[in-house]
Design a protein around this ligand. Structure first.
Ligand code: ADP
Length: 251
């Protein structure tokens, strides 16, 4: 092959990789932004609804402005997420040893306002024996836990329960589950649940349940790129349990 053409081909490949890495970074950041904005939304809503006592008209006016701006940001981030799904190149990972229990605690904290307002109980059953420190990319696994917990809360209603648990596996890794008593996934649609942009029929008709159908697709991809697995059990109107395993080390 002409050396000039070969050089161009290599440069083109490198550019493609750079664009893919950037796009992946955008997508992970957008997921995290959405969770943080959602945490702010529910706390502002608690103030606006008078859950912490009555507000003066002036305070209420400012709170409403903050709430509306936050809503606009949520729409923008939702758009960023839906535009940014064209690329399938594996992202770069930063594998380090971490404490998964601390990460789960941290993620759950962001959902406090939302669960309080929705009346959904969230319980983290901490393991009886301490978990091994395992090696993973903390920001990416944060997205995994966020997606599973966010869905469990989103597809539940007042009085439902979300139970998170974690235990060591025989091979030195960790298994973690997120169980809910929400709407469940219709049996006939369960085979498509990890597909890109897929949303089950009972989710699309549920009030206040907007989504992109990208969360589980991204979650599965991240877990598998760590050498882990993701499975679920679900019954329509009978709740859902997602279980992930992560090995001691991805390599
Ligand atoms: P979405 O943004 O729609 O929540 P996901 O990719 O996270 O996208 O999930 C895909 C679909 O899987 C959802 O639209 C919903 O139909 C279903 N789903 C995911 N988690 C649950 C759950 N815990 N309970 C019921 N249905 C769920």
């Amino acid at each position: 092959m002409d050396p000039e053409i070969e050089k161009l081909r290599i440069e083109n490949e490198q550019l493609k990789k750079q664009i893919a890495a950037k796009s992946d970074h955008m997508s992970i950041s957008a997921h995290q932004l959405r969770t943080s904005l959602s945490a702010i939304k529910w706390i502002l809503k608690m103030f606006l609804d008078g859950d912490f006592g009555p507000l003066t008209p002036e305070q209420s006016g400012f709170m409403k402005k903050a709430f509306d701006s936050n809503e606009r940001m949520l729409v923008l981030v939702g758009e960023m997420l839906s535009f940014n799904h064209a690329d399938d190149t594996p992202p770069a990972y930063d594998f380090q040893k971490h404490d998964l229990v601390a990460l789960i605690d941290n993620v759950l904290f962001d959902f406090t306002g939302e669960t309080y307002k929705k009346g959904v109980g969230v319980i983290f059953l901490k393991p009886e024996t301490s978990l091994p420190e395992i090696t993973y990319d903390e920001e990416k696994i944060r997205v995994v836990i966020q997606n599973l917990v966010e869905n469990a809360i989103k597809y539940s209603s007042k009085g439902d329960k979300v139970i998170i648990s974690a235990r060591p596996t025989d091979s030195g890794g960790i298994e973690a589950s997120v169980k809910d008593t929400g709407i469940g996934i219709p049996e006939a649609e369960q085979g498509k649940i990890f597909g890109k942009l897929f949303r089950a029929s009972n989710a699309t008709i549920k009030e206040d349940c907007t989504g992109t159908g990208l969360g589980l697709y991204t979650t599965k991809r991240i877990v598998e790129e760590h050498g882990g697995t993701i499975t679920f059990e679900s019954k329509e109107n009978g709740g859902t349990t997602f279980t992930i395993t992560l090995p001691r080390s991805p390599k």
